[in-house]
Each structure stands twice: as structure tokens, then as C-alpha cells.
Write a new protein. Sequence first.
Length: 392
Amino acid sequence: MPVTRPRRFVVAPSGFKECLDAHDVAAAIAAGIRRVVPGAVIDLVPLVDGGEGSAAAMAAATGGRLVPARVTGPVGRPVDAHVGLLGGPGPLTAVVEMAQAAGLYRVPADTRDPGVTTTYGVGELITAALDLGATRLLVGCGDSGTSDGGAGALQALGADVRDSLGNAVGPGGSALAEVDGVDLSGLDPRLDDVEILAAVNPHNVLCGPNGVARVFGPQKGATPEQVDELDGALERWAKVLSRDTGLDVGRLPGSGASGGLGAGLAAGLGARLRPRFDVLLDHVDLDGALAAADLVVTAEGALDAQTPRGKVPAEVARRARRHHVPTIALAGTLGAGVETVHEAGIDAYATIVPAPIGLPESVSRAAELLTDATERALRMVLVGTLCAARAA
């Protein structure tokens, strides 16, 4: 077969957390491609995973709009957030991005403690969506700074979450160690007429050795002692939810999403927990773009052993492989177990950082570093095609 240089590219990255959104990442990669292939045809497909930027991206993709809302942030202080209303036909659909109300970026870096942060504001965002007349809710679960099992969100919507003395359980995951009952009779009655889909990573479960406290607690600021404490508290919460709602959420796929928000939404509100890309890619024709591509470039802030477990680069590579299109992944950092990304379909990967630099500098120069790294990677690809052509 003749060997040809890639001319048509799909650029399908995630955002770089607390740095660049997916659109900015895609633009930086495209600039690098054009340095090497000036006449390239580039399909930009910036992707979201339910975390930061999801509501804005989905509203933009469907001709919808963002509606501002002021809600309770994860540390109890008010924050300015928004609800995304999707455009197009069908029922009025609202995107509730949990990170807007309870994302890790909302928690000051020097005070991060998932034992006390709350999803109360997520419940307030759901209320705001109901006030707008939405009859279908897509709840994006990602980039959370919480581990309260969704208890705060349920309380904001009218649920009574109490301890053995009949007192309301306080905010945060640690308080769930005292939970003794949940009464849903006071929930906002409008929820009965609303379809709720939670876009989750199905690999994340609430409890057990791979429970959300153990896997993600340290990233949110939990000490080893707190990890054990949170795991025990969430186990207790799972038992209470199972007894009082009839749904066993302890190891339900996706129940651990966003610090257990998935569990609270499923048991408390009857939400359907669906693999996030099944929900979020309904509004993006990624597969159509991949079918016409010669090469795919994806990216995320970090590539590591977690990447194959539901991260954007792995999903992109999985779909690209179905179309027999090779995939390159770029990342700010390469972590432990990064070699496992090959099993997910990523053919090659590289860091965007060419030399040791501090985090503040890498963040401030992220777009520049992405463009340069794309150029380097693509020049290597072209060398390979030249060698293959000579061998042929």
C-alpha cells in the first residue's frame, strides 16, 4: 500500500484542569499541526467529561445558553455559577455541572479537606434548573472537591438527613459517620416529573477497596487517616441509603462519581447513572470526524494508570481504533502506569514539558507548550512516514 502523509486531523482533547479549557487546548494543538502541515484539514472536537466547562461547551454546541445562579460553594461561601440550557428540539434540557458548585477549583489549595466540603450548592443548581422550567436534567459529575455522598445536594432539595438523635447531619463526608436515616418526603415535588441523567465514570464506586475515598480522597486533600475515616463514613451512608430508599449503591457502577454524588442522585432522586461519554457525546459527532481522519491528537492534563478508566484520551482512542485511525496523546504530566494507555488504544504519548520547570510557569505557558509539543510530535510522525515510504 502507498504511504501517505497525514493531511486530515481530528483534534479531540479534554481541558487542562485549572488551566485551559478544551477549546483552548484544541486551538493550541491545531496551531502546532499547521506549523508542520500548513494545508491540513483539522476537525476540532473539544470534549468534556462532565467536569469543568461541560455546561458551557454543551450549551455552545447546541445553540443554547448559560443562565447565572448564585449558590453555596463547597466550603460554605456563596459562589457565582451557572446552569446550561441546551438548544434544539425536544424537552427543555438543563446541564447541571457539579463542578460549578462544588469543584475542586472552588476550594482554596491550602484548605482542602473533603471531610468538610459539601455538595449543597449542587442541589441549589438543580433547583435553579427546575425554576427555569427544565424537564430533563443532565448532571455532569467530574472535578469535584467533595466526598459527601451527595448528602448536601439532597438536603438542599428538601431531604431530611439525620443522625441518631434526630438532628440534621452537618456538611461534609466526615459527618456521614453519624448518619442514621434519610427521609425523602420533603423533596421538591417538581422532581417527580423530571428525568435526571447523571453523566458518570462507571469505574467509580462508592465503597470498597476501589471506593471513591481511597482512590480520590488524597487528590482532594485527605490525609491517610482521613481516607480511612471517609471510607467508613461512606460505607455507613451506603447502608442508610440502601435501607431507606431500597437501592443498594455501595458498589453500583458510577456511585462514587464526584465524591459519591452519583450514589446520592441515584438513591435519592432516582437518577440514572450513565457512562458519561454516552451522555455527553450525544451532541457531538466525534465518530463522523474520526471516520474521515488520518491522525487523531488528544490531550489531557495528566496521563497515568487512571487514563484507561474512563478518561477522555482513552475514549477518543477507543473510538479511533474502531475506524483504524492512529492516536497520539499529549499531557502536562506522565504519571505512574502511563504505559497502560497503549492498551486503551493510544498509539503514542508525550509530555508537553520539554525541560524541568515549575508548576506556575507550566500553567502560564500551557498553550505555548502544547503548540510546541504538537509540532515536535508531528515532525516525528512525518519522519516515520518518510522511512516507511523509502522501505516500500
